[in-house]
Design a protein around this ligand. Structure first.
Ligand code: 26V
Length: 792
């Protein structure tokens, strides 16, 4: 029945929406037809959700984020609609393979990493829980760059997902707002009037986001930039065709490309414009919606919650005040109080170089009225707290500090793991916390089990359903029901058979794409995440070299076979991260081609790690590397995905690792390294690196091999920079944690040799990860920040 309907709808869309005849349709055409047929089935719940929210005048949540790292959509939609098997069967009737079509979909890669993927998980969880919500972001024409390796070096090429038709979006040309920049501010009858010098149009594109079992659907509204004037007809008529198109080009530049650097803030005008473009469009849209059913804005904060995903959308605060004061004639103090009631701010990093600051000159030039309002906010805060220290001012040292602005504008500020939230309190916002006790709270991150278990690991998902029954996807604490089975040899065999099948699939894929043979019986040791010094991929690759060296010195010895898997991109301008990538690839080349090593050690680094690759690699991992310098990784979410899929963690007490270890049990987690406090102490010893290296023969040998050019014979000095930094500027304490890391890795080997013990530990990881469902995170936000309730 449903299968027949779906088949007919696919054929209908193939013919009337795609305009193709089945005999001549490509897999792209079939995928479009499938997408439209699935999308049709979201529309009813989507309308129903919107109607219900309106009718009941529910509090609504607006999640503002410069990034939404969605990944592929077709399979996720099919799963949440409960139509995956139906779609598979319907397509089979039509001679098409569901998995092949789904695999052909480009990733929507509108994000850099953890922060953007978190926003995508949260959108899915809000829809699953029935939290009336909207995501606001930018419809980047080009998402995160594609990564290739050329002779081991990262090369970036533009990503172009929108050159294909995007079947999941509804263009809303009627929903458009004017966004101003520059110009000047005059006083007219005692009121400020901003006359922008430039304007662009923000035009809406909506994507429905459907929750588990299709019970609720929310909207992700992405803004595209359009020119206010299409082209300069006068110039065109004069024959100056390029100049005529200039206004259009300039405007469209704003939503052209995602900033690919999530490591350092750069103070670029285009980035500031992107941030204001998104924030202003969102706030205008929020106020328009609200005023459709309310008299005035005086009770806005009772009906509207606005969440800032880091400081990137922080101009939403001043923009909200500007519209209330300048356009709706509200008193500043009232506007300030209402805005604070609406706003929440999530901090995602403590790294000073990633904290946003804008020069007052740039802010005053690009957004002159907002600069005034920011000064008013700062002055009001200073008046309310006459003895506030100068260090908490929003404007200081000719810079606007977006963290302080966000803090002062929000009624709740949160970190993303228990450890991180504690550090936000005790370090970054220490003084502000004293002035506003209780404002800083913790909401530990989470991941959606629909994508990260049901979709990515269907074998494990089916085994779980057979063992504890259906429905755990929406109630992940039920995984606890697996615990008794961790002592059941039959269950553990099946658990490990699933893992083995996932590893075999990755092994085939690695062999086909990289030409490297890896045995599915070896331990798959996985580190996948952006390349950053604080994440310490360098420590992992140095340990890999040490292992290789160990095998070379003792070729007849017994070693536990390992496949070291790396995945991740470097920011294009981050030279040190790029050197580390080069090193990993050089080490892979030497190790993989060393006949003496054989299956005992392999290094694979598939290029262009993205959401889809994560969905393939994570279910095949035995070991999860979460080895950041303690105090630096705000939370991590890959750590959760890996543990949920039955990988054991080797990790430091950083970010959410701390809570993962508490949940899965210290005996099922390989802990090593200094604590965040010890890191601070250790750095006070100026000779920390030299002392650690001199105390560790293996590490000294590794650095010696690198210095000799053992991994770069064609350019022996290639890694002198890395060696020199290790000895003299080891800011992330790779050397100081190295010996303990080796100790923990040896324990990993011993545990892996005991197949039964390993299986039990892995199964207990899966069983105890329920807490890390993003449904729990969203419920925390609803209760502690948004004051919102489920409409289901
Ligand atoms: C920073 C910047 C700097 C300015 C230019 C563009 C840009 C884009 C993104 C970022 C984000 C840096 C913060 C971040 O990604 N934090 C990560 O957030 C994850 C979700 O909470 C968390 O799991 C990771 O530990 C944390 O590094």
């Amino acid at each position: 029945m449903t299968q027949d309907n779906l088949r007919d709808d696919i054929l209908h869309h193939l013919k009337f929406t795609v305009g193709k005849d089945p005999g001549h349709a490509s897999s792209y055409d079939w995928r479009l037809a499938l997408s439209f047929a699935l999308r049709d089935r979201i529309v009813e719940p989507w309308f129903a959700s919107t109607r219900k929210t309106w009718k009941e005048d529910r509090k609504r949540v607006f999640y503002l984020s410069m990034e939404f790292l969605i990944g592929r959509i077709v399979e996720d939609a099919a799963i949440n609609l409960g139509l995956q098997d139906t779609a598979r069967a319907a397509l089979a009737e039509l001679g098409q393979d569901f998995d092949a079509l789904a695999d052909d979909e480009p990733d929507a890669a509108l994000g850099n990493g953890g922060l953007g993927r978190l926003a995508a998980c949260y959108m899915e969880s809000m829809a699953t829980i029935g939290c009336p919500g909207y995501g606001y972001g930018i419809r980047y024409e080009h998402g995160l760059f594609r990564q290739r390796f050329e002779a081991g070096r990262q090369v970036e090429t533009p990503e172009d997902w929108l050159t294909q038709r995007h079947p999941w979006e509804f263009e809303r040309p009627e929903c458009a707002y004017t966004i101003g920049f520059k110009g000047d501010v005059h006083e007219v009858d005692g009121r400020a009037v901003w006359t922008p010098g430039e304007t662009v149009i923000a035009s809406a594109y909506d994507m429905p986001v459907v929750g588990w079992q299709g019970r609720w659907a929310n909207t992700l509204r992405l803004w595209g930039a359009m020119p206010t004037t299409l082209f300069d007809l006068e110039r065109f008529n004069r024959g100056d065709f390029t100049a005529a198109a200039e206004p259009e080009t300039l405007a469209r530049t704003i939503s052209r490309v995602l900033y690919p650097d999530d490591t350092t803030y750069q103070g670029k005008e285009l980035r500031l414009k992107q941030e204001y473009f998104m924030a202003s469009a969102a706030i205008q849209d929020i106020l328009r919606r609200y005023l459709e059913s309310h008299e005035d804005l005086s009770q806005l904060d009772e009906h509207v919650a606005i969440q800032l995903n880091d400081t990137h959308p922080a101009l939403a605060g001043p923009e909200l005040i500007r519209l209330m004061v300048d356009e709706h004639a509200m008193e500043f103090d009232t506007a300030m109080r209402i805005a604070q009631g609406c706003l929440g701010y999530t901090n995602h990093t403590l790294l000073p170089e990633a904290l946003e600051r804008w020069s007052t000159w740039l802010m005053g030039t690009v957004l002159p009225r907002h600069m005034q309002i920011i000064e008013m906010i700062d002055a009001a805060h200073a008046t309310a707290h006459p003895d506030r220290p100068a260090s908490v001012a929003i404007v200081r040292g000719n810079e606007v500090h977006m963290g302080e602005l966000s803090f002062i504008m929000a009624h709740k500020v949160n970190g993303v793991s228990a450890l991180h939230s504690g550090l936000v309190k005790s370090t970054l916002f220490h003084e502000l916390d004293a002035l506003h006790p209780g404002r800083i709270i913790n909401v530990t991150n989470g991941i959606t089990p629909r994508r990260w278990l049901r979709l990515a690991n269907p074998g494990l998902a089916d085994l779980i359903s057979e063992t504890i029954g259906e429905g755990w996807e929406a109630d992940l604490d039920r995984l606890k029901g697996l615990e008794p089975h961790a002592d059941d040899a039959g269950f553990l065999d099946r658990f490990m058979a699933v893992k083995r099948a996932n590893k075999a699939a990755v092994s085939n894929w690695v062999s086909a794409t990289l030409g490297v043979t890896v045995s599915p019986d070896a331990m798959f040791d996985v580190q996948v995440k952006r390349i950053h010094e604080y994440k310490r991929q360098l420590m992992n690759v140095l340990e890999t070299i040490a292992q290789w060296h160990e095998i070379k010195k003792n070729p007849g010895g017994d070693f536990v076979p390992r496949v070291k898997v790396f995945g991740g991109k470097s920011a294009p301008g981050y030279a040190v991260a790029k050197e580390i990538i080069h090193l990993i690839n050089d080490v892979a080349r030497v190790v993989n081609n060393d006949p003496e090593i054989g299956d005992r050690l392999k290094v694979v680094y598939p290029p262009n790690y993205n959401v889809s690759m994560a969905e393939t690699l994570i279910p095949a991992a035995d070991l999860s590397e979460q080895i950041s310098t303690a105090g630096k990784e705000a939370s991590g979410t890959g750590n959760m995905k890996l543990s949920l899929n039955g990988a054991l963690t080797i990790g430091t007490l950083d970010g959410a690792n701390v809570e993962i270890r508490e949940h899965v049990g210290a005996e099922n987690f390989f802990l090593f390294g200094m604590t965040a406090e010890e890191v601070v102490q250790r750095r006070k010893n100026v000779n920390h690196a030299r002392m650690a290296i001199e105390a560790n023969d293996a590490l000294r040998d590794v650095l010696q091999l690198l210095a000799e050019g053992r991994f770069s014979p064609e350019q022996p000095d290639r890694y002198h920079g890395i060696v020199d930094r290790m000895w003299h500027h080891d800011h992330y304490l790779v050397a100081s944690d190295f010996a303990d890391y080796q100790r923990a890795q040896a324990e990993v080997d011993a545990a892996f040799l005991d197949r039964d013990r390993w299986a039990r530990m892995a199964a207990l990881n899966t069983a105890r990860m329920g807490f890390f469902s993003s449904d729990r995170s969203i419920r925390d936000y609803m209760r502690d920040v948004w004051g919102a309730e489920s409409a289901l």
